[in-house]
Write a protein that binds this ligand. Structure first.
Ligand code: BGC
Length: 531
C-alpha cells in the first residue's frame, strides 16, 4: 500500500489563467471551485497544486508576497480558499499550495520594518550587507532576472540581497525569529486543511555567509528549456545557494508536517522546487532518513533531450539515484518554462501523455498540457513578466466561444492575456466531443492508471527496442504492462517478452510483435507468466 501522494496525479493550476468567475479578466479561487468537477470527474486527477494567491503587487505574479496569511482580492477571500479546500476534499482531491520561503515583496511589512533602520528588530530577517570599498556590491552574484542581486539602500547605507527581482528581498533563514514566523505561516495553512506545500526555490534559502564571489562561467550558453536572463548564466551559482544549513531549516518544516500528519491522520507533504542539478545534490533534499521533502520536482526530466536515448537515460538516472524507499516523480512543463508542445513540437504532446502517466512515480501535469496547448506568441515589448513567461501562462480555453469561456461571468472584461484562435480550436468543449482528441487520451489514461496496479506501484524495467523507440515494462505480481513509445518519424516494430494485447485501442489480438505508428505509443498487457 502506498501513500496518497505516491498514487496521485498532481495537476498544477496557474490561478490567474485557470478560470475567471467574476469577469475581471483574471482567474480566481471561485473559478477553480467551478472547475473541480472537470478535474475530479471529467479529467480524473487526484491533487491540485494551486500557485500563489497571497496579497502581492504581482511584480512576479504572486511570488512577491506582502502577506503570507491572506488572499489577494483579485483571487478572492479566505472564505473562498476554505470553500476550495472543502469542495476539493469532498471530491477526493488534495490541495497543495505554494510556500515561498526565499523572499517576500519589498512591500511586506517585515521588509518595511527591516529597512527602516540598521538597528530595526527585524533587520536580520533579511540579508543585509555593507558595501565593499568604493561602494561596490558585497559580491558578484547575478540574478535570474539580470544584473546584480544586490540593491543599495541609501538611507541605511547597506545593500540588501534579492536573488530575483529587486522588489523581492531575500529572507534570512539564519534568523531564528524569521524561521519561527515562517513556521507559523505553515501552521496557518495546515490548520485550514491543506495537504501539502510546493516549496519555492528551496535550494536558495541558505547562502554562503561569507558572501564569496561566484566563479565565472566563460562557456555560458542559454538554456532553451528555461527562461532566464542571459546574465544569470555568466557564472557558476555555487555560493549564492545550496549552503548546507538549508537542510536543517527544511527538517524544521518537515517536523511540523509530521506533527500535523500524526495529529490529524491526514498525511501532509512537502515538495521541493529546486533547479536542475546533479542527482546526488538533488537527492540530498530527501534527507538522510527520508526526513526532508517527500520529493523534489524532477526538472532534469524537463531538460532531457526529446529523443528516445535521452529520455531513457534520464529515467534510468533517477531510478538509480534514488535512495531506498524514496519515490520518483516526473514533470514535463510548468509556469516558468516553455510548454512541452512548444519545446518538443506539437507532435510530442500525445506521446508525452503516455510517457508521463505510465512511468514509475508521481506525475505532475501543468494545466493546459492535457489540451496540447502551445505557448502564446507575445511580442517582447508586450511582455508583462520580465522573462517573458506570460507566453507559457495563457488562459485555459474551456469553450470555443469568445475568450474560450475563460471568463464565466456576464461582464465583458478581456482576459489578462489573449486567448488566440488556435487555443479556441483546442478548447475543452471541442476536445470532449472528439473521441480522438488529446484530452480524451488523457482521460482514458488517467482512468486506466487509477485501476492499474502495475502503473500505480509496479517496477520499472527498460526493454530492448529500435533506436527511435522507448519501451519499458511496469509490473507487479498481478499485472505486467509493456509501454511502447515511438519517438521517430517512421512506424517501428517492437517485440515484447510474452504475448500480450494492446489496451486503450481497438485491436485486442494477443501477439508478441507490435507495430507502433510514428509519434504514437501503445500500452500492452502481457499474459501472465507461465511458472
Ligand atoms: C517560481 C517562479 C518565481 C521564482 C521566484 C520560481 O521557481 O516558480 O515563478 O519567479 O521562483 O519566486
Amino acid at each position: 500500500m502506498r501513500n496518497w501522494w505516491q498514487q496521485a496525479v498532481i495537476y498544477q493550476i496557474y490561478p490567474r489563467s485557470f478560470a475567471d468567475s467574476n469577469g475581471d479578466g483574471i482567474g480566481d479561487l471561485r473559478g477553480i471551485i467551478g472547475k473541480l468537477d472537470y478535474l475530479a470527474g471529467t479529467l480524473g486527477v487526484d491533487a491540485i497544486w494551486c500557485g500563489p494567491v497571497y496579497p502581492s503587487p504581482q511584480v512576479d505574479f504572486g511570488y512577491d508576497i506582502t502577506d503570507h496569511t491572506a488572499i489577494d482580492p483579485i483571487f478572492g477571500t479566505l472564505d473562498d480558499f476554505d470553500a476550495l479546500v472543502t469542495a476539493a476534499h469532498a471530491r477526493g482531491i488534495r490541495v497543495i499550495i505554494d510556500l515561498v520561503p526565499n523572499h517576500t515583496s519589498d512591500r511586506h511589512p517585515w521588509f518595511v520594518e527591516s529597512r527602516s533602520a540598521p538597528d530595526s528588530p527585524k533587520r536580520d530577517w533579511y540579508v543585509w550587507a555593507d558595501p565593499l570599498p568604493g561602494g561596490l556590491p558585497p559580491s558578484n552574484w547575478t540574478s535570474e532576472q539580470g544584473g546584480s542581486t544586490w540593491e543599495f539602500d541609501e538611507p541605511t547605507g547597506q545593500y540588501y540581497l534579492h536573488s530575483f527581482h529587486r522588489t523581492q528581498p531575500d529572507l534570512n533563514w539564519r534568523s531564528p525569529r524569521l524561521r519561527a514566523a515562517m513556521l507559523d505561516v505553515v501552521r496557518f495553512w495546515l490548520d485550514r486543511g491543506v495537504d501539502g506545500f510546493r516549496i519555492d526555490v528551496l535550494h536558495m534559502i541558505a547562502k554562503d555567509p561569507e558572501l564569496t564571489d561566484n566563479p565565472p562561467r566563460p562557456d555560458a550558453t542559454p538554456n532553451p528549456a528555461d527562461l532566464q536572463h542571459p546574465d544569470y548564466d555568466t557564472q557558476w551559482h555555487v555560493h549564492d545557494r545550496m549552503h548546507p544549513d538549508l537542510y536543517g531549516y527544511l527538517a524544521e518544516i518537515r517536523d511540523l508536517l509530521e506533527e500535523y500528519s500524526r495529529r490529524t491522520g491526514q498525511e501532509r507533504i512537502a515538495i521541493g522546487e529546486v533547479e536542475p542539478m546533479p542527482w546526488d545534490s538533488w537527492t540530498r533534499f530527501l534527507g538522510s532518513e527520508l526526513d526532508g521533502v517527500h520529493f523534489t520536482f524532477n526538472f532534469n526530466f524537463i531538460e532531457s533531450p526529446w529523443h528516445a536515448a535521452g529520455l531513457r537515460a534520464s529515467i534510468g538516472a533517477q531510478e538509480a539515484a534514488l535512495p531506498r524507499g524514496a519515490w520518483p516523480n516526473y514533470v514535463l512543463s510548468n509556469h516558468d518554462r516553455p510548454r512541452l508542445a512548444t519545446r518538443n513540437g506539437p507532435r510530442s504532446a500525445r506521446l508525452a501523455a503516455l510517457l508521463l502517466l505510465t512511468l514509475r512515480g508521481t506525475p505532475t501535469l501543468y494545466n493546459g498540457d492535457e489540451l496540447g496547448l502551445e505557448d502564446l506568441e507575445i511580442p517582447r515589448e508586450e511582455w508583462l513578466d520580465p522573462l517573458g513567461r506570460d507566453q507559457v501562462r495563457g488562459p485555459m480555453p474551456w469553450t470555443s466561444s469568445r475568450n474560450g469561456g475563460f471568463d464565466s461571468s456576464p461582464a465583458d472584461a478581456s482576459p489578462w492575456l489573449p486567448v488566440p484562435t488556435r487555443y479556441l480550436e483546442r478548447s475543452v468543449e471541442r476536445q470532449l466531443a472528439d473521441p480522438g482528441s488529446i484530452l480524451n487520451l488523457y482521460r482514458r489514461l488517467l482512468a486506466f492508471r487509477r485501476t492499474s496496479p502495475a502503473l500505480l506501484r509496479g517496477e520499472y524495467r527498460p526493454l530492448d527496442c529500435p533506436p527511435d523507440c522507448l519501451a519499458y515494462l511496469r509490473s507487479t505480481p498481478e499485472q505486467t504492462l509493456a509501454v511502447l513509445l515511438n519517438l521517430g518519424a517512421e512506424n517501428a516494430t517492437v517485440d515484447v517478452p510474452r504475448p500480450g494485447h494492446a489496451l486503450l485501442s481497438g485491436d485486442r489480438t494477443p501477439r508478441r510483435r507490435f507495430v507502433v505508428a510514428a509519434h504514437e505509443g501503445l500500452i500492452v498487457q502481457l499474459e501472465p507468466e507461465v511458472p
